[in-house]
Design a protein around this ligand. Structure first.
Ligand code: NAP
Length: 675
């Protein structure tokens, strides 16, 4: 008998007297006792806010990203323990792969994005410096800092591992401690993963707590710095997000709820095209994976009216091959629903869909099940056909959270988009078409109603990730019915756990706060040429001013001939003069860059290992033959990269003989640490 424990204030606490008794959906036998423990929710919040939060915030984004990478590596090394429990959720090993390996993979992506896209510091910069004054003495910069509360993560039963890790990774990267509350029915799998994470010793105390069972009065104790991230039904989301203290304290409430996702087959996708086969394949995969218990599963298949019949035949032929049964039996493709209750719920919702549509495949009273009793948590894939989808309601409103989908016809592209939008807001809509204009037309009509648009065709099919897969790089969430929330999406997902603050002040103030030199902030003079200083020695603001160099007509002609860039603005006085930007022949911008490098580079071997790029280059004033240029080079930002070297970004500004700025850019270098 499994007894998943809660983890509160550093203690594991087993099920209490009123624990729920969970049955194995495959055998119907009791398998676990979960919940019912008396937990001190205020103490849990205090532990997170006062112990976990400060410890996490003391780390930099890169420290936390490294911690995530180590955690993901550790879970990966013990994932077979999770796969051993996976069949008790009714899921096959392949279903478990989405949950377990998918969750670990998501954590790895956040670990890597954290180091590549966030600074090795405590303040995240959102956008560029805003010029708020003419002379540049008063500027603005948006920053983001971690919230000082706790993130409460409430998850649905269908992805006990991924559901936790996809929320945990961005929250921990942001620096916010988490209290995870999985759905009770599959809490034993979440608990096993939490135990693995706690065993690793990688998380600071208070960074992660777990509630198995009910949340008691936890949510009514949340305050202005806390966040709730919820995945589950629209009903529960509404009840929780409208709690008085959640509203009064403006507690952030991110909701991912149910969704009537659609897949549209393009009018070009006749039965002999690769797109036709692709549509059928994806539709069947979405119906049967996780026995259809996926928030992103295709609930509505919208196909040209002329193709209904061939699509139906092709779907039927594939669905007939779906082997249903004990998820541990060899060759079984679709396992059980998570519980007997869930099965009854799906049947009840399917009956409502049946008022609008006719069932054309799958009889829940007669179907074959391998290695188990069909009376347990099993259902066949059930396909409905709705002839008049514009008039129907249930097919667009009722989510049967199981292997249930409805096929419906459209006549025009505009109608296909309208039908897709009748779901009142979804997580994902897919378009299977090889016609870019169809993709554009439907996307423009539908994007406002769907959090993600997934387009697939013969070009992308081999590498595409699937209609139903939320990816850590892309946002997951949708408007309206889907909850109005957003998760993942790379660093966007991290920002849900941070406060964006507009900071205004002088360049010196902003530089001190952001640890990034901003033009106008004080310059420092180093003891020597900065290219002879190691990564650890270089100070932000360290500056050199070079000598100047005259740019001659011979230089311009030599450069033009040497590179082949004989654009008229450099070579033809009359044509250049006729151009509104130039007073006559001017130097090539790239010539100026090359001369600038010649002016600021220190040639001897030293700690600077490579010039890896150049950002935000702008040529601001033309340089004519006879003008001279000089450079101001300032260390702008430093980021550790490996144990051997780090990246130094420099501000390079070019001036002419009148001290007017003629060009500016950010130069990227890799610089070795001193030994
Ligand atoms: P649910 O009943 O709303 O439960 C979701 C979570 O909320 C569970 O952890 C549940 O815990 C908890 N919960 C329920 N009442 C609560 C309360 N009063 N206070 C605090 N927590 C409470 O949804 P479900 O039936 O488990 O999940 C299926 C639904 O989730 C489907 O509609 C599906 O579309 C949706 N879903 C959406 C996404 C998405 O990303 N958009 C992903 C997966 C699923 P207990 O288990 O202890 O009741």
């Amino acid at each position: 008998m499994l007894e998943p424990h809660s983890y509160a204030c550093g203690q594991w606490i087993g099920p209490g007297q009123d624990a729920a008794r969970l049955k194995n959906p495959v055998t119907g036998l009791e398998m676990a006792r979960a919940g019912g423990a008396t937990l001190d929710f205020q103490a849990m919040l205090d532990w997170g806010r006062n112990t976990g939060g400060p410890a996490l915030r003391a780390m930099t984004f890169h420290d936390r990203a490294r911690m995530l990478k180590a955690l993901a590596t550790h879970i990966d090394s013990r994932k077979e323990e999770l796969y051993a429990l996976n069949p008790l959720t009714g899921a096959t090993r392949k279903d478990g792969w989405i949950d377990i390996d998918g969750g670990i993979g998501t954590m790895f992506v956040f670990a890597s994005k954290g180091r590549r896209e966030m600074p090795d510091g405590h303040v995240y910069l959102d956008g560029e410096v805003e010029q708020l004054s003419r002379k540049g003495t008063f500027l603005g910069q948006h920053i983001a800092v971690p919230l000082q509360g706790v993130a409460v993560h409430i998850n649905a039963f269908n992805f006990p591992v991924w559901g936790m890790l996809e929320k945990l990774a961005p929250a921990l990267l942001a620096g916010v401690p988490c209290i995870v509350k999985p759905a009770t029915q599959t809490s034993f799998l979440t608990e096993a993963c939490v135990r693995i994470m706690m065993d690793s010793g990688l998380l600071p105390e208070g960074a992660l707590q777990l509630i198995v069972g009910r949340t008691g009065d936890l949510l009514s104790r949340l305050g202005p710095q806390d966040v709730v991230s919820f995945t589950g039904s629209a009903r529960t989301a509404l009840a929780l997000r409208s709690m008085p203290n959640i509203l009064a304290n403006s507690v952030r409430f991110v909701a991912e709820q149910d969704s009537l996702n659609a897949s549209v087959l393009g009018p070009d996708a006749a039965p002999d095209t690769p797109e036709f086969d692709l549509f059928v394949k994806e539709a069947v995969t979405e119906m049967t994976t996780k026995a259809g218990q996926k928030c992103t599963a295709i609930r509505r298949m919208i196909v040209p009216d002329t193709l209904v019949s061939p699509v139906l035949d092709a779907l039927t032929a594939r669905l007939e091959k779906t082997t249903i049964g004990n998820p541990e039996t060899e060759g079984v493709r679709m396992g059980a629903l998570v519980s007997a209750d869930q099965k009854s719920d799906v049947l009840a919702q399917a009956a409502r869909i049946g008022n609008d549509a006719q069932r054309v495949f799958g009889d829940p009273d007669h179907f074959a099940v391998q290695g188990a009793d069909p009376a347990q948590g099993f259902l066949p894939p059930m396909l409905y056909h709705c002839n008049d989808p514009a008039a129907a309601r249930a097919v667009h409103e009722v989510e049967a959270f199981g292997p249930v989908s409805t096929l419906m016809p459209y006549t025009t592209i505009a109608q296909a988009a309208e039908l897709a939008n009748l779901g009142q807001g979804s997580l994902v809509a897919s378009l299977i078409t090889n016609d870019p204009e169809v993709a554009r037309a439907i996307t423009l009509e539908s994007a406002a109603w769907h959090g993600r648009i997934y387009i697939n065709n013969r070009t992308s099919q081999a590498e595409s990730t699937g209609h139903g897969s939320p990816l850590p790089h892309m946002t997951h969430g949708g408007p309206g019915r889907a909850g109005g929330g957003e998760e993942l999406g790379g660093i966007r997902g991290v920002l849900h756990y941070m406060q964006r603050t507009a900071v205004q002040g002088s360049p010196e103030m902003l530089s001190a706060i952001t640890r990034q030199w901003i033009p106008g902030a004080p310059e420092r003079k180093g003891p020597g040429h900065p290219f002879q200083r190691s990564f650890n020695e270089i100070e932000i603001g360290e500056t050199i001013h070079t000598g100047s160099r005259v740019v001659t007509l011979e230089d311009i002609e030599h450069f033009a001939e040497f590179t082949g860039d004989t654009f008229y603005a450099h070579m033809d006085e009359d044509a250049a003069k006729a151009n509104p930007f130039f007073p006559g022949r001017v130097a090539h911008g790239y010539l100026l860059l090359s001369f600038a490098a010649g002016l600021f580079v220190q040639p001897d071997p030293g700690p600077v290992l490579a010039n890896t790029g150049l950002n935000a280059l702008s040529f601001q004033k033309p340089v004519s033959p006879g003008d001279s240029i000089r450079v101001r080079l300032t260390a702008k930002r430093k980021t550790r990269r490996t144990d051997e070297y780090g990246e130094v970004r420099w501000n390079a500004t070019l001036y002419n003989q009148h001290d007017e700025q003629v060009a500016e850019y950010e130069l990227l270098t890799m610089v070795a640490y001193s030994r």
